[in-house]
Design a binder for this molecule. Structure first.
Ligand code: FAD
Length: 301
């Protein structure tokens, strides 16, 4: 891992800066990759995406949730978000991080919170994706997913290509709607591949395995090499285009997403909320070139 990546990951994990960032306001170019700090701003951004043929998966941002009260409040706010998109008839679903609703406090308590969200989403026919966080949270997330799926179909999760165990997980989740990604966290070499080449090769392998299966797959990447290879494989195998989609993060490669929307389903991952700082720092960690967002943001203010 390069120094720059470690640096931004360390910044994303810094509680003092997280709370400070809220006070400093929505600065440093974050507005280019976070769709505002409240529901009206987020809804305006999502409407614009929908008008361009792009669906949305909405993430109400939240970090460092340590009390039950904060976790319950986060769940209530997520429900408020889903009720808003349902009432407006918006083409969107939800992405939820379980740590935001109490995973690190108590797994049963977290299950009760996500159950409340998924039950409400089910009533509105809105899909809920459980985002995948770092390795320590993987098994608890899968356990909660399995428990939810005993009652609800409209819930899925994410498979990270950098993990050695992902191929097995993919097989076990073959009936579940999944998002496939390279993986965003800093993981130990015992559990995760470290080289870009290995991760890319495994990502493509998992995409192919998954496209051969009937359940819906979201291929989430900004990497045009991977996108081109996935399309070539789907064409070669005659895989119907309604069985998969491409997802990208809000504000990244929008032109490419729009171009893809002519032939494929596409979805933008739309984060919003006051807790934007950690999300923004992780994006800088992934791709130091994203620093341009900071520079342009600072200049254009
Ligand atoms: P990279 O490896 O960052 O880039 C590969 C190549 O693609 C680059 O060398 C360049 O040629 C090109 N490229 C990439 N970005 C750009 C750009 N902005 N402009 C021009 N060219 C570019 N991770 C998780 O761990 N859990 C999750 O739940 C999760 N959800 C995600 C949801 C979505 C919708 C997306 C898009 C990503 C998600 N991720 C998640 C993050 C993911 O794991 C990767 O860390 C992140 O997407 C960076 O990898 P990449 O595949 O986009 O390409």
């Amino acid at each position: 891992m390069g120094i720059t990546r470690s640096f931004f990951i360390a910044l994303s994990n810094n509680r003092l800066l997280n709370s400070g960032a809220k006070k400093w306001g929505f600065q440093l170019g974050a507005a280019k990759v976070v769709a505002g700090t409240d529901i009206p701003n987020m809804m305006a951004s999502v409407q614009e995406l929908n008008d361009n043929g792009i669906s949305a998966t909405i993430d109400r941002l939240g970090e460092f949730v340590t009390s039950r009260k904060e976790a319950q409040q986060a769940a209530t706010e997520i429900i408020e978000t889903l009720q808003t998109i349902s009432t407006a008839g918006t083409d969107a679903h939800l992405s939820v991080k379980l740590t935001q609703i109490g995973l690190d406090i108590d797994q049963q308590f977290c299950f009760e919170n996500i159950h409340r969200i998924v039950k409400e989403a089910d009533e509105h026919n809105i899909f809920v994706n459980l985002d995948m966080e770092n390795y320590d949270r993987l098994q608890p997330t899968l356990d909660i997913l399995h428990a939810l799926r005993k009652e609800f179909d409209g819930v899925g999760t994410v498979i990270q290509a950098y993990l050695y165990r992902s191929e097995k997980d993919l097989e076990a989740l073959k009936d579940v709607r999944l998002r496939l990604v390279k993986g965003a966290y800093q993981e130990h070499e015992e559990v995760a591949m470290q080289s870009i080449e290995d991760i890319d090769a495994n990502f493509l392998k998992l995409i192919k395995l998954r496209l051969d299966q009937p359940a819906f797959t979201s291929i989430a990447t900004h990497d045009h090499h991977i996108i081109d290879a996935a399309i070539a494989y789907a064409d070669e195998q005659g895989i119907p285009s309604d069985r998969f989609e491409f997802q990208m993060l809000y504000g990244f490669r929008t032109d490419l997403l729009k171009k893809l929307s002519a032939d494929y389903q596409v979805t933008s991952y739309v984060p919003f909320g006051e807790d934007w700082y950690g999300y923004f720092m992780r994006r800088l960690a992934e791709r130091p070139q994203n620093l341009q967002l900071v520079i342009k943001g600072a200049v254009s203010k």
